[in-house]
Design a protein around this ligand. Structure first.
Ligand code: SAH
Length: 485
């Protein structure tokens, strides 16, 4: 039987696709139904049909799945932020663990039996809502002409009003409403993407979970500045600052000037208007081998500025980094490389237990932050280099003879460059710890490393992003017999 656009079908969802979509079959014809949950029987309307498969829109849930739950957010289908909020959290974790396993099986080519042995249970969240420490809300004009903040609908750039994202901190809502109210009362305009006119583009709110410190940064189109008094970036600025200062925990208020017609949110120019330039946060080291992952007593303090990269889920980040540290198996004698080190968070975790740590990162500002963070925490055995991992590592190894007992990598989604993997093999460290935010590229890279003489020892997924389809993984590889390269 053939299906075409606008046909309505009844389908039972039997699987979850890698983007969280429900997958079901009717007469051997595969349907991908966004927002349908595994176990549901649904009525779906075909939007786009191919020969053997089609994408369909969920019209009605006929028999709900036992794994279906009531999502907290009324906008979970319209907003692109969450993909699987209607799936129970337990089932989300199972889906993520399976995703990692399947990538290692299909892309990595590892055997079932080996995976049964090396895969450790996924580390879930105790509270899968309100975990994000950073929120970026676009500001614009809604359909009715009023200033709104919310999220972009689907793949468009029209804003749907919503000040309450359940992944963020509950206090964000009051801050956003205060800013909207101030804008309306004082005639402060919202930026219009099409004309490039108007003032406020985005509101960034960051919260230090351990410190309770809050940072607000308004991203403004500086072209409007001439209308304000000297020293004011926004009309009636004092009034806004006074009101924001009333909020418990408020520590830093700034503006970021972005006059470009671009999707990039932050402008490079930042001016602190009130309070500190940064907020602080502490990351604790945990013992991941024990029940409940107790604290070890070791901790690190970080200062975060509006432009700093910082992990968005601080609670799970502690667990992910602690796992990387455990896998590194340090005794205090090792030379360790931390590739793709960002602001040096993992490097500084490792430094306490290593002889020497070298970090490599492509963004110069991040390396500045890494050095600053090392100093702040009294760490003297960590050194940082700016550059591409695939260029810095061969250079340091071949020209300067620096070696490694352990190499930790935490690359972006596209994974490691092959030149980087080859140098890692040449350096033959005892252990390699691969921290990954994309299990498909991780499986590809781990296969290359295992073909080069390493053995897959441990794999543990960590859920950093509840209700989304993303999953982080920590992988341990150990040297067996290194081939000559
Ligand atoms: N380990 C850090 C950052 C991980 S994100 C943390 O947990 O905070 C990945 C980092 O890799 C980013 O900071 C990105 O800027 C950096 N990066 C991307 N491509 C790179 C390359 N070719 N060489 C080195 N660093 C790179």
């Amino acid at each position: 039987m053939e299906y075409k656009k606008n046909d309505t079908v009844i389908v039972t969802i039997e699987d979850i696709g890698s983007d969280g979509e429900g997958i079901g079959k009717v007469d051997g014809f595969t349907l991908f139904v966004k927002d349908a949950v595994i176990g549901d029987t649904v009525e779906a309307k075909i939007m786009k049909a191919k020969k053997n498969y089609a994408y369909a829109r969920l019209e009605k849930v006929i028999t709900p799945s036992p794994f279906r739950v009531e999502p907290k957010c009324a906008y979970h289908r319209q907003c692109g932020g969450c993909q699987i909020q209607a799936l129970s959290y337990e089932k989300q974790l199972e889906f993520k663990a399976n995703k990692v396993r399947n990538h290692l099986l299909r892309i990595g080519g590892f055997e079932q039996e080996l995976l049964d042995k090396v895969m450790e249970p996924i580390v879930g969240m105790e509270e899968p809502y309100h975990y994000r420490n950073k929120a970026q809300y676009p500001v614009g004009v809604g359909k009715d002409g009023r200033i709104v903040t919310g999220f972009y609908a689907g793949r468009t750039h029209s804003i749907i009003a919503n000040t309450e994202c359940y992944l963020g901190v509950p206090g964000n809502k009051a801050i956003l409403e205060l800013i909207l109210d101030y804008m309306k009362r004082n005639g402060v305009t919202a930026y219009n993407e099409e004309t490039g006119e108007g003032c406020v583009r985005h509101v960034l709110i960051r919260t230090g979970f351990t410190s309770g410190e809050i940072m607000v940064c308004l991203v403004i189109n500086g072209r409007d500045r001439k209308r304000c008094k000297a020293g004011e970036y926004l009309p009636v600025q004092e009034k806004l600052l006074e009101e924001l200062a009333q909020i418990t925990g408020m520590t830093s208020v700034s503006v970021s000037i972005n006059t470009e017609k671009t999707n990039v949110i932050m402008g490079k120019e930042i001016h602190t208007l009130w309070g500190e330039e940064t907020i602080s946060d502490v990351i604790h080291v945990r013992d991941m081998s024990r029940e409940g992952y107790p604290l070890t007593g070791q901790e690190l303090c970080f200062k975060i500025s509006p432009l700093s990269f910082y992990q968005v889920n601080p609670v799970q980040t502690e667990k992910l980094y602690s796992l990387a540290l455990e896998y590194a198996g340090l005794t205090g004698e090792e030379t360790v490389w931390d590739l793709y080190c960002g602001i040096g968070t993992i490097s500084l975790f490792l430094a306490d237990k290593a002889k020497q740590v070298y970090g490599v990162e492509i963004v110069p500002q991040a390396i500045e932050d890494a050095k600053e963070n090392a100093k702040r925490n009294g760490i003297t055995n960590a050194q940082f280099f700016v550059g591409k991992a695939e260029e810095v590592l061969p250079q340091k190894y071949e020209k300067e003879g620096i070696y490694a007992d352990v190499i930790v990598v935490d690359p972006p989604r596209k994974g490691c460059d092959e030149a980087c993997l080859n140098t890692m093999l040449k350096m033959h460290p005892e252990r390699i710890v691969y921290v990954s935010c994309d299990s498909a590229t991780m499986a590809r890279d781990v296969k290359i490393l295992c073909d080069g003489g390493y053995e897959l020892k441990k794999v543990r997924p960590v859920d950093q992003f509840g209700h989304t389809v993303h999953v982080e993984t920590s992988v341990l590889l150990a040297k067996t017999n290194v081939r000559e390269v």
